[in-house]
Structure formats: C-alpha cells, structure tokens
Design a binder for this molecule. Structure first.
Ligand code: SF4
Ligand code: SF4
Length: 383
C-alpha cells in the first residue's frame, strides 16, 4: 500500500509531467513545422488545450521516432526548450501507471526492476522445485523419443504453469487496455468505428509512424534510418513464429495424439526455430539502437523499461532455442525447466512491463483513425 507521502509525490510528478507535455504540445500546435512526421501533429492541429486524457492519447500515439527533436528550431538551448519526444515519453509512462489494471501494479510500472524480480523468483522456484523433486540420475539422463520432456516436467505442470500465467497476462492487459479505451473513446457511431478499424490496423501492422513521414526515423542521431522499424518487425514476426509453434504443438498433441519432442522438420520445430532466431535478431537490432542512440530526446525510465523487456525476451527466446539444441543430451531436463520458469515468469511480469505499450498504442491509433474520419485534419500527416 502506498504511504500518503508517496501518493503526494507521485501525484505531483504526474501533474508536472502533464504540465510540461501540455506546454510543449501548445507550442507545437502553434508551430506545426513537424506536421507530416507522424500522427501526433494532425491530432494537435488547431488545439490550444490538452486535457490529461488527450495528453495520454497523444503520448501513446507518439512512436518515439525522434524526428521532431532533430527538426525542432525551439529545442534547447533555445529558451522554449522544446523536447516533444521526451515530454511525451514521460506522459506515456504516466499513462501506463494510470490505466494499468489491477491498480496495485501501478508502482511496479515506475520500477522496471520489479518485472526482473518476478521473472527471477519464478525461474528460481521452478528450477529448485525440479532439482528437489527429480532425482539427479533421472534429471541428467538422456531422454529420447515421444514424451521425453514430460519425463522431467509432467505435462499438467508444464501446461498449467504456462497457461495460467498467460491467462493472467491476457486478462490484466485486456483490462488495462479497456480502461484506457474507455478514457479516450470518442463515442462515435458503430459504423464510424468499423470504418476506422481497417486504417488503424494497417498503421499498427506496418508501423507507419516509425516511418518519419517517409524518410525513416532518427533512430540513433540526426541521420534517417529504418533500423528500428525493421528490428521491431523482426521481433513481432518472431513472436508470431513461436505462437505458431505452440499452437501447432498443441494441435499435434491433442488432435493427432503425438507427444513432443517433434522432428527437426515438423511445423512446431521449424516455426519455433525461425521465430526464436528472428526474435533474437530483432532484439539485437533494438538493443543496439538503445545503446548507440542519442539520449537527449529519451527518458531514463522508458530506457530502463526497454532494456528490461528486451533482456527478458532475449532470455526466453535463447532458452527456447537451447532446449531445441540440447534436447538429446543430459542437459535437456535442466534447460527445459529453466525455459519453463522464464516463460512463466515472463508472462507473470508482462502486465507491468513494456508490453503494455502495444495495446495502448493500438488504442491510440484507432482513436486517431476515428478522428481522421469524423474531423479530418486541416493538414495531412504520415507517409
Ligand atoms: S517539435 Fe519544434 S519544430 Fe516541431 S512542431 Fe514542435 S515546436 Fe515546431
Ligand atoms: S512519433 Fe516522432 S515525430 Fe511524432 S511526436 Fe513522437 S518523436 Fe515526434
């Protein structure tokens, strides 16, 4: 439970965050030099006031491409000290803490290391449990053939741990997303909502706002590049590959009666391997940008969230590939347990991790697509 002084401090911080974001947004709305870089500028055109909810919407609409930082003639040392990417990053972080459900997760969103602790404790508990419950001779023996994995970790325990933790993540993220949507919902007719779904989905899938208006983002410095956009695509594509692996393995098990492990050229193994490799490549690309990138237009808390999320994802992907490579050796049992612990801990930590940015950004893009239909901007934005 938060102490009164902590509540006051976080309330003051949120008020200051909103004040700064609103100040900068007002200047940008008057200037509009960066119109065309992303969806934020058409959304602020002609506006002089920005409520807390509007700032939260705009903050999640911003993809942190940094284009407006390098283009801005009012950036420091100019006395206006405009730093729109940083002001929106702070507002974005505040929106995660403000709309996360259950609300008790809010303090964890201010402290990215909580997610790390959740993953480490879960993994440690699972590894210790297996070390205690499974005799060493059996744990470190070579297990081959159908059902080999379940000789170490019984199927009900494996699917129960991963399934229940995933259920928690889905319920919490859906609840948080609904809370955010209810706040930014422009309450239009269903027909308008349906019409907006297609362009919103397109913007989400192609990461249009990581295009900088066509020439690319300022991923690292003043030069334009598409590194972040492609790394992000690789990461999401890899995640989809692992999803295909999980679903196809479940189908083989429950519909065809074939227990894992599966052959090298089976759908679960092929999609899982390609997915894991793509994820690691995407994570590597994003991590390299984080390390090399100019820090002025960023926010320390957001950088920490990014680093923690990428590191945890990398551990999950690498341990999954290790299970595949070591499955016919005496290390399979330990590596499998480690992977299961990491996956379970990762799912438990998802609602308080950077993952929350994905559904919130989708909501912001849907709202922006609706706004373009009901009140088209005076000046066009995007690519
Ligand atoms: S970021 Fe700077 S140049 Fe761009 S619209 Fe805002 S004030 Fe103008
Ligand atoms: S998406 Fe890029 S150009 Fe748009 S507000 Fe964010 S940092 Fe600026």
């Amino acid at each position: 439970m938060q102490r009164p002084s902590e509540t006051r401090t976080s309330d003051t911080r949120r008020a200051e965050t909103h004040e700064e974001a609103e100040r900068v947004l007002r200047l940008c709305s008057a200037c509009m030099y960066c119109d065309g870089f992303c969806a934020v500028f058409p959304a602020i055109a002609g506006k002089a006031f920005f409520s807390l909810v509007e700032v939260a919407h705009l903050a999640n609409l911003c993809h942190a491409c940094r284009g407006c930082w390098y283009a801005c003639q009012y950036a420091p040392p100019h006395p206006f000290a405009v730093n729109l990417p940083q002001a929106l990053a702070a507002a974005r972080e505040a929106s995660y803490a403000g709309f996360v459900r259950p609300r008790c997760l809010a303090p964890a969103l201010d402290r990215p290391m909580v997610a790390v602790a959740v993953v480490l404790i879960t993994t440690l508990a699972m590894v210790l449990g297996v070390l205690i419950a499974v005799p060493s001779a059996e744990l470190f023996a070579v297990h081959r053939g159908e059902g080999a994995f379940y000789e170490i970790v019984p199927l009900p325990l494996m699917s129960g741990a991963a399934g229940l933790s995933l259920l928690w993540a889905v319920v919490s993220l859906a609840w948080s997303t609904l809370a955010f949507w209810r706040a930014v919902d422009p309450r239009v007719k269903r027909g308008v909502l349906r019409k907006a779904l297609k362009p919103a989905l397109r913007d989400i899938v192609i990461l249009k706002n990581l295009g900088g208006g066509g020439h690319g983002c300022n991923d690292v410095d003043g030069r334009f590049s598409r590194e972040r956009r492609w790394s992000h695509h690789l990461l999401v594509g890899g995640l989809l590959g692992t999803l295909v692996a999980t679903v196809s393995a479940a189908a083989l098990h429950h519909l065809a009666g074939l227990a894992a492990p599966y052959g090298w050229f089976s759908l679960p193994v092929l999609s899982g391997t390609l997915g894991g490799v793509a994820m690691l490549a995407g994570i590597g690309g994003l991590a390299a940008i984080e390390l090399r990138g100019d820090r002025d237009p960023t926010l320390a808390t957001e950088r920490r969230h990014n680093a923690v999320f990428l590191a945890l994802l990398a551990l999950v992907a690498a341990s999954g590939l290790a299970v595949l490579l070591l499955r016919e050796t005496g290390l399979m049992g330990l590596v499998l347990t480690l992977h299961l612990g990491l996956v379970t801990g990762f799912f438990l930590a998802l609602p308080m991790s950077k993952m929350i940015h994905a559904p919130f950004r989708a909501v912001a893009l849907l709202r922006a697509a609706i706004d373009r239909i009901v009140a088209p901007p005076r000046r066009s934005g995007g690519e």
